[in-house]
Design a protein around this ligand. Structure first.
Ligand SMILES: Nc1ncnc2c1ncn2[C@@H]1O[C@H](COP(=O)(O)OP(=O)(O)O)[C@@H](O)[C@H]1O
Ligand SMILES: [Mg+2]
Length: 347
């Protein structure tokens, strides 16, 4: 086993050095600590490779730094920087050039999945079901569009529901214009406007480099949110229940929407639907060239499934959704980390 031999070789855990209190960002350093513990139990002390924005101004010196260490492999927890998520892919590209094994997904997959419009086009080309939608970068692009309400507005190049708020679903042109205008100020790289899919949300956790294995499927049932939303349509926007995962719903344990949208990690899903989710996840992963560990997210609308998001290198904290599904399959935290590390060696 990779975690048990060649103890003298250096193993690096790559992580961003960034002072940011965003919960999705601090989650990464928590993850590093948990993974370190797994290694320490095997008698191996990994080192940390801290990455700063300035490293990307002179990648030759970053390359030299890594080459000098010549690690056996890199456990890649680097997700880019809060204002530069694309550097997640740049870093992996650099490791590919150096031919150093690393955990998780390759640079092209990361690059494509960081851009939701690009992901959507690749999925569409591969005949996978996606929500009808379009990309906007300025108000002119909205004016000429014929659209079916309600619509959902999300940043094209973010993840972790960053930029998804209670007002992300819009019911008429006035709301559409107002939310797009507001959001473009924060996300000038562009937004994705999609038909709103009101049904259940599913997330499939997968592992593997090409022979993918689905470890489990979680489900979010939004019926309580739909009911409360109808009931309280006119109440304070900040505290209303909404039937989708906002940033608050994903990361703020005290938020109303966090409580209302807790995923069920052992849902009763009928056999046909389960088969459908598994088959679509694998096809979507293949289309995007996913490897290592990743999640494929779906939403249902009127009895049909749509792929809404592909998450290469998702959160692998010991309390993350990915791990909860793995525990359901009987794996321990250490076993999953070991599997992820083993897959790194086949890049
Ligand atoms: N077309 C859509 N219809 C309904 N809800 C959506 C749609 N797209 C995204 N969502 C909701 O927004 C959340 C975040 O969107 P997603 O595309 O998964 O981006 P992120 O990369 O930020 O997770 C999803 O978990 C889902 O609840
Ligand atoms: Mg998502």
């Amino acid at each position: 086993m990779i975690l048990q031999h060649r103890k003298k070789s250096r193993i690096l855990i790559a992580i961003a050095k960034e002072e940011n209190k965003r919960t999705d960002i601090t989650a990464v350093s928590r993850c590093k600590n948990s993974i370190e513990k797994v290694f320490l139990k095997k008698g191996i002390k990994p080192e940390t490779l801290f990455l700063q924005q300035k490293d990307f101004k002179n990648t030759e010196s970053l390359k030299a730094r890594i080459s000098d260490i010549n690690p056996l492999y890199i456990v890649n927890l680097f997700e880019g920087f809060s204002n530069f998520p694309q550097q997640e892919a740049d870093f992996v590209r650099l490791l590919e050039d150096l031919k150093i094994p690393f955990t998780g997904n390759g640079s092209l997959t990361l690059l494509n999945c960081l851009d939701k419009m690009r992901t959507k086009n690749i999925l569409k080309k591969n005949n996978l079901p996606v929500a009808p939608g379009f990309f906007v970068r300025n108000m002119k692009q909205v004016k000429t569009r014929r659209v079916n309400f309600p619509l959902f507005i999300k940043p094209c190049r973010e993840d972790g529901s960053w930029g998804v708020h209670n007002d992300s679903v819009v019911y008429d042109r006035k709301e559409l214009f107002s939310v797009i205008q507001k959001r473009l100020r924060f996300f000038p790289q562009g937004l994705l406007v999609e038909e709103f899919l009101p049904g259940k949300e599913y997330s499939a956790a997968l592992i593997g480099n090409s022979n993918y294995k689905v470890m489990g499927i979680s489900e979010i049932d939004y019926s309580k949110c739909h009911a409360l939303q109808k009931h309280k349509r006119s109440s304070c926007k900040r505290h209303k229940a909404v039937p989708f995962l906002t940033y608050e719903a994903k990361w703020n344990h005290r938020a109303l929407n966090y409580r209302l949208t807790m995923p069920d990690y052992t849902p009763k899903i009928n056999r046909t639907l389960r088969r459908n989710i598994i088959s679509l996840s694998k096809k979507a992963a293949k289309a995007l060239g996913c490897r290592g560990y990743f999640r494929v997210d779906f939403r249902e609308a009127f009895g049909k499934l749509f792929v809404i998001d592909i998450n290469p290198n998702p959160d692998i904290n010991n309390d993350s959704g990915y791990l909860r599904l793995a525990y359901g399959k009987g794996y321990t935290y250490a076993e999953i980390i070991e599997k992820i590390v083993q897959l790194a060696n086949y890049h």
